[in-house]
Design a protein around this ligand. Sequence first.
Ligand code: PEP
Ligand code: MN
Length: 336
Amino acid sequence: MLIVMTHDATETQIDAVEAAVLAMGLRAEPIPGSLRTAIGVLGNQGYVDDTSIRELPGVREVIHVSKPYKLVSRDFHPEPTVVDVAGVLIGEGHRPVMMAGPCSIESEEQIHLAAAQVKKAGAHILRGGAFKPRTGPHSFQGLGVDGLKLLRQAADAVGLPVVTEVMRIDQLDAVCQCADMLQIGARNMQNFDLLKEVGKLDMPVLLKRGMSATIEEFLSAAEYLLAEGNGRVVLCERGIRTFEKTTRNTLDLSIVPLIHEMSHLPIIVDPSHATGKRSLVPVMSKAALVAGANGVMVEVHPDPAKALCDGAQSLTGDDFAAFMVELDRLVEFLEQ
Ligand code: PEP
Ligand code: MN
């Protein structure tokens, strides 16, 4: 439920409404706006009888929000959220952020080379998985804690922040020590226990869309993070599963403008996992930026033919450098 106050409502009237909400056993979250204040009501399990609230002085209207997500919605938070990842700002009004790096950390040499390549080409954040959610148990599972340390060293050597995936609650301490941003992967988007624990941290989170998740389920997963207090959330569209098998997944670009309508959270696009094909990554990255994405995440490997994971969708360092030149031109054009 959202209580909208009149534009001239006084502090005392706002306090009285909050007190009335608390007296009903619910939580009140004031949402100051440039034109008026609204008060979000949280904690109700179903419909709330609003008669006692509606009649209070200063109340203009009461809107019943029946969506399963509230804190992530534009209704509750009209201003766009900007997420700060070690000084890199992601969100409206800021240059689209480029996250790049290999699918997995494979060796000291590989991650240092990849870090140097993406930094030189102008990436803002280094990506790389140490804990890998692989479809089959016989595939490379990542270097674990050793990989995290190598990732941190490589990032520090070139001066980039790091985003890396955490799959389980018991990995959180180790990942938080090495990462500037936690990634929750597509396969864990609805790992509600993990979401709750990450929601208690003061760490930026990259929440990837589950491959079969509807937009409502995606936003509801983000709601878990905000409900625990962590509002530093960036969404990531990474393709969904459809009947089409020629691409790895189907990139659902319409989610980008839709998320901007429905939510205040930034959204980036990962065309590498969405398409599974190196040749499609540059053009779909551009399409993502045209659609309004706040950034792009792409896989880059110094030698994709030898990659232990996702080589077919990885750009080489040279590919990435050429792609960044094109992307910069597009960003300048879009900013005009
Ligand atoms: C990844 O980014 O490393 C990854 C595994 O992606 P997703 O969770 O989107 O499959
Ligand atoms: Mn990958």
